[in-house]
Write a protein that binds this ligand. Structure first.
Ligand code: 3PG
Ligand code: MG
Length: 414
């Protein structure tokens, strides 16, 4: 399959009958640290198609995945993922509490067609947490032990494709490799952003990750990937302040608390150069004595701003209507409080009522779309966070690049 001028293999390029497949997925999921339960199954569900196809075509598969980062509270075993994998694939999955030790190797050696093994959290292995070039990662123990046991490596972990970790970039150096169905779908949909037919292309940026949004604008605007950017949420407050607006004491305090004031010069520079392509809220909703109060920017007083207001939703809706493609990342307000979901809901409704191709990132927007019953009218929900951003910025994803070079290297081995 193609990315720009380059191609990588997919499951269509291989005969899987009787083969042993090593499959890297991204089932890294939010975990309630009190109960140890996974609170969002989206990523697990998203790999079901690939896993089912591999087993339906007569192969056996060992699944390699990570959860959390060492030191974090969500850094756990993959035990909580097992019943959910089973639920979404609807096939038996055997959990092997080992990665490449004797138990893992003997379990892999005795796999029969149709068998599915889930190996342990790959980040329990220290070398997995270091980023290096593929050739160096190919020399790690993970690859040395596991590669000889499999016929094919399949990477379906689009959401981790921006990491140059051994499990993502090491295997394609030493063995035939392919992209899985989810990875293929993500690349396909996200590539639309670079099509001429997607112009004008609009980005709606909100949510909590302000530095990410600023960095993204610094790439999207000069490269012309985004024709216009609509700002919501905290990042819009940063730009409103940079444009000289006074947003009251609560907002100033939040900005200080999150260390966002240091980003003001970058916001000012973007406004100076691309001000005509950056849209900011015209009005907002604040929390005033426990209620939602919608107001123009001049009458915010010191109440905390928790959403965009109706004039903004209407104005943004008109911009959406004029666009051929809309990418939305992060909610428009403080959606944890039901009083402040309205802005995000109205933007999502504008999206589905427009003729634009729509691409959404982040779990919050999916949850709101599900609640509104409009999820099936959204073009595509990406499973990626960092990978989504990196790809849309027109930057290379290491795990994808190595699949492309692997396709060249193992051309005759299919
Ligand atoms: C993610 O959730 O962003 C991916 O699973 C990658 O995880 P990481 O950000 O910990 O590398
Ligand atoms: Mg991440």
């Amino acid at each position: 399959m193609g990315t720009g001028n380059s191609t990588f293999y997919t499951l269509d390029d291989f005969d899987l009958e009787g083969k042993k497949i090593l499959l890297r997925v991204d089932i890294n999921s939010p975990i309630d640290t009190k109960t140890g339960r996974i609170t969002d199954e989206t990523r697990i569900k998203s790999h079901a198609e690939t896993i089912r196809e591999i087993t339906d075509r007569g192969a056996s598969v060992a699944i390699l995945a990570h959860q959390g980062r060492p030191g974090d509270s969500d850094f756990t075993t993959l035990a909580p993922h097992l019943p959910l994998l089973y639920k979404h694939i609807n096939r038996e999955v055997k959990y092997v509490e080992d990665l490449f030790g004797p138990f893992a190797r003997s379990s892999i050696a005795s796999m029969k067609p149709g068998d599915i093994l889930l190996l342990e959290n790959v980040r329990f292995f220290s070398e997995e947490n270091i980023e290096k070039l593929p050739e160096a990662q190919a020399k790690t123990f993970l690859i040395k032990y596991l590669a000889p046991l499999f016929d094919l490596y399949v990477n379906d972990a689009f959401a981790t494709a921006h990491r140059a970790h051994p499990s993502l970039v090491g295997f394609p150096v030493v063995m035939p490799s392919a992209g899985g169905r989810l990875l293929q779908k993500e690349v396909d949909f996200l590539s639309c952003v670079f099509d001429k037919s997607s112009k004008p292309c609009l980005f709606i940026l909100g949510g909590g990750k302000v530095p990410d949004s600023v960095q993204l604008m610094e790439t999207l605007l000069p490269k012309g990937i985004a024709d216009q950017v609509l700002l919501t949420g905290l990042v819009s407050h940063l730009f409103l302040i940079a444009s000289g607006k006074h947003l009251g004491r609560s907002t100033v305090k939040v900005m200080e608390g999150k260390g966002l004031n240091s980003m003001l010069p970058r916001a000012e520079a973007l406004l100076k150069k691309y001000g005509d392509r950056i849209m900011m809220p015209l009005d907002v909703a604040v929390l005033d004595s426990g209620l939602r109060r919608e107001t123009d920017l001049d009458h915010v007083s010191d109440d905390p701003i928790y959403d965009i207001g109706p004039k903004t939703s209407k104005f943004y809706g008109e911009v959406i209507d004029r666009s051929k493609m809309v990418i939305m990342r992060g909610p428009a307000g403080y959606i944890e409080d039901p009083l402040f979901t309205k802005g995000s809901e109205e933007l999502l409704l504008s999206l589905v009522h427009s003729k634009a191709k729509t691409l959404l990132g982040g779990g919050h927007l999916r949850a709101i779309s599900d609640r509104l019953g409009i999820a099936d009218r959204i073009g595509y929900f990406s499973t990626g966070g960092g990978a989504f951003i990196t790809f849309l910025s027109g930057e290379k994803l290491p795990a994808l690049e190595v699949l492309i070079s692997s396709a060249q290297k193992f051309k005759s081995d299919r």
